[in-house]
Design a protein around this ligand. Sequence first.
Ligand code: HEM
Length: 375
Amino acid sequence: MTELFPSLDPIPLPAPVWLLKALHMLLLSLHFVAVHLLLGGLAVAFVWNLLGHLRRNEQQRAAAGELAGYLPVVVTYVVNLGVPPLLFAQVLYGTALYTSTILIGAWWISVIFLLIGMYYMLYVMTRRGASGRAWWGLALASLLIVLVVAKIYATTMTLMLRPEVWPVMYAANAHGTALPPHDPTLLPRWAFMICGALTVAGAALVVVSQRRVFSAERRDFFATHGGLLALAGSPLWIAAGLWVWHTQPAGVVAKVSAHALYPGLGLAWLVCAALLGVFGLLAAARKGRLPLALAVLVALVAILTDAAAVLFRDGLRDVTLLGKGFNLWNQPLEMNLQVLIIFGVLLVIGLVVVGWLVSVIARAKPVTEATHEQA
Ligand code: HEM
């Protein structure tokens, strides 16, 4: 099977595998949180704006507008927290990942244009909202684009684990326009990200409801609806996670189950995902009047749930690839300390700046229709 992977890049790894992996998973966890906020936030904004216009419900329309105001910022986090793990994944799994992205190259490249279109629509949405017009159609189109992008990513990351189909795919179509043959793990993987989006976005609304810049009425609205969303999303997310697990090949299940770390990680994910449902119930019942410490805990658990999912997913990938002859740990290494130090310093500065930006957003007043009228 080893010969299915192209020969290794002659440039050795600049840092040990464990360090590249740690950085990869840290940043990918943050990327998953951002993707979940975007996907879930768009779905909620779409439903609220549609219902708000159909039922002439001012509260729902205004809440949708305020939520939509966050979304362009979330996109910047999705993209900027996606690029570093992509670079790490290319360094660590280059021969698998490059092959997979080239085989479906047209789809892979289309992500750039889909993202630009979606980003543009988010701004048009907020402008329309400012003049009191409905924008649920644009929200729906943006949501569909994000779902397609998520499917393209899931397809790529699944194809990189299937060296046995690469030659057949390339022989059949060398233009990058074809999609891989059916894989039973693809749909559950995509569903996993969608259900995660509902749960994490629900938890985020509960956290946002603690902001005093919103009226008491709006805070209750965010908390109740966010809580209910997390409550409904949590069992769906757990079901999707079990679906992902049960569609894995028997050999992968056996090796992951016998691993020292992965079963614990899987359990940690399960507990955290269930906890988000419990927090959702609590927030909906108390209309968000949670102690600040509990709101912070909700945010932390949401991040930890995504981190556990990323770590477990990484285990599934490494075990699958090892079974097909790709040993991640067996790559030439030539430490480049200078580059590592520069990267480390820039990463810390970058994370501090991101933290500062999040705190600025947290303190900013929401953009409402009234704000636009004054401007
Ligand atoms: C709306 C935009 C995006 C969405 C909805 C999205 C969604 C996803 C999803 C669903 C996955 C998991 C796929 C799976 O394993 O099943 C993923 C993984 C990933 N995404 Fe994104 N993504 C977006 C944008 C980006 C961008 C712009 C980048 C970087 C340029 C990026 C980099 C990555 C990387 C590196 C991974 C995982 C790599 C690995 O397996 O180690 N994403 N994304």
